[in-house]
Structure formats: C-alpha cells, structure tokens
Design a protein around this ligand. Sequence first.
Ligand SMILES: [Ca+2]
Ligand SMILES: [Ca+2]
Length: 100
Amino acid sequence: MAKPRIEEAIKNLVEAFIEHSNSDLKLNKAELMTMMEKEIQNPEVKAKLCAADLDKAMERMDKNHDGEIDFKEYLKCVAFMACRCFHKKTGKCPETQSCH
Ligand SMILES: [Ca+2]
Ligand SMILES: [Ca+2]
C-alpha cells in the first residue's frame, strides 16, 4: 500500500517545527535559518532565504512582531509555499489569501 502522503506531510511539517523551535515552540531568527537550511532543498527558495533576505522573510512571517515565529505564523508560511508549489505545477493561481 502506498504511504499516506498527506498524513506523512503534515506529521513532517509539525515535527520540523517542534524540533527546530528547541522546545519553546517558537522559532527565533537563528532557528528559522537552521530550519530553512536543513528542511528546504529547492534552490530557488533557498536563494530567496539567504541571510540578507532572512530579515525580510522573518518580517513577513512574524505577523504579531514579537521577533519569533509561532506555530500559527509557521502555518501561514507553509500555506504560502503550498500555493507557490500549486502554481508551479498547474500554472493556475489558487485563489486564496495565503498566496499574497
Ligand atoms: Ca525557540
Ligand atoms: Ca510572531
């Protein structure tokens, strides 16, 4: 039987967050950088997340401006990446707010 892809993906997303947050369940900038480095392979995404742009990414992700990424903010980022992936594969724009 094929692996349950959605279940696995969700589990991985949650585990990556917990692991990289170092158990306070929030990602500071250093933790975010380590996570991006370890968990993202797409060179296009990586190029966007080089040190200079990390501040910007952090700013965009950190909706409540407390200097850390909590789980809710992380989910928004995941939704954004999912939208980008959808767009790349289908050429269509998923009409959700997460893409903007
Ligand atoms: Ca942390
Ligand atoms: Ca925050």
